[in-house]
Design a protein. Structure first.
Length: 316
């Protein structure tokens, strides 16, 4: 069943001591409650001029999709590697949050969304007195790049992911997984899946200024056909699950939970954002729908404790 009302965090929480996987620099992250209709917004501080800049977590603000998802409005006014944090917020059903970050990159933590899920659980989630807005897909939208593709498809209810990857390395191979996304399935099946990379790429990436903070503590390392992490994998198909985690974060940049389905083959950040761009370029492919609640007393309630009659309102 769809969540009828918007949500936010119950209280502020600070995550300190993490580092950026690409910059290698320490980062302080603060998650703040927000009012209804604020959405997911980043407050980037620590800019070279000593100032700060507000950046909306929206597909239209994406400036780069090489290795991670970057939002901003210029070379200095940006936040990189937002996908795992945004996936955690969206996957657990948080609609409104102000994310303060004092560096150019969200901390990588253990390479998954697990630490962010734990932080959100500590803060708690509350329900706001405003209807949640959904994005309903009306017709298929597809983008391709060589053999790879990503597509968004209509569905009667909910949101389903169907992701397939295909690597030459026998450590990964060909993996495919489908999942109906909700907070329970996100926690159980996706949140702990870690990012991964190949040892053969490390020198090239470091030379280019990437992966300066990468290690086996925050990534699954692969040397040809061998997993380098002594603890092994968290799931037998952790690689495709992580690609699904990335997709949840990237597709959350649509600005509203999607009613529909997502299918990709050998996709990644670039195709995830490209399919959103293609969707919003075709006004006949989607419609926004609001849950409009019957008025009730009180501005906030613990999530799940208030159930009110609702009707659906379609918006152009």
């Amino acid at each position: 069943m769809k969540q009828r009302f918007q949500t936010t965090l119950r209280q502020r929480i600070v995550l300190a001591g993490g580092i950026g996987v690409h910059s290698g620099k320490p980062v302080r992250l603060v998650l703040n409650p927000s009012e209804a209709d604020a959405g997911l917004v980043f407050l980037r501080s620590g800019l070279p001029d000593g100032g700060s800049r507000v950046i909306e977590a929206n597909w239209s603000k994406v400036t780069m999709t090489e290795l991670c998802t970057v939002i901003g409005d210029g070379a200095q006014h940006m936040v990189a590697t937002i996908e795992h944090l945004v996936a955690a917020l969206h996957g657990l059903g948080v609609d409104n949050c102000l994310v303060e970050v004092d560096g150019p990159e969200v901390p990588i933590m253990d390479g998954s969304a697990a630490a962010f899920v734990e932080a959100i659980d500590r803060a708690g989630i509350v329900q706001l007195d405003a209807p949640r807005r959904y994005l309903k897909l009306l017709k298929p939208v597809r983008v391709e790049q060589g053999r790879a593709f990503a597509e968004l498809l209509p569905a009667e209810k909910g949101f389903r992911l169907d992701v397939e990857i295909d690597f030459k390395s026998e450590a990964i191979g060909r993996q495919r997984k489908g999942l109906d996304l909700d907070p329970a399935s996100f926690r159980r099946d996706l949140a702990r899946a870690r990012t991964f990379g190949f040892l053969s790429d490390v020198k090239r990436l470091v030379t280019a200024g990437f992966a300066l903070g990468a290690s086996l503590e925050n990534s699954v390392g692969i040397d040809e056909d061998r997993i380098l992490n002594p603890e092994g994998l968290r799931y037998s198909d952790e690689f495709v699950r992580h690609k699904m985690l990335d997709a949840v974060g990237d597709l959350a940049l649509a600005g509203a939970p999607i009613i529909g389905a997502y299918r990709s083959y050998c996709g990644g950040h670039k195709l995830n954002v490209a399919v959103l761009s293609a969707l919003f370029a075709d006004r006949s492919a989607y419609r926004f729908i609001d849950y409009a609640p019957v008025p009730r007393e009180g501005a906030r309630a613990d999530l799940g404790l208030v159930a009110a009659p609702v009707y659906m309102a379609e918006r152009n």
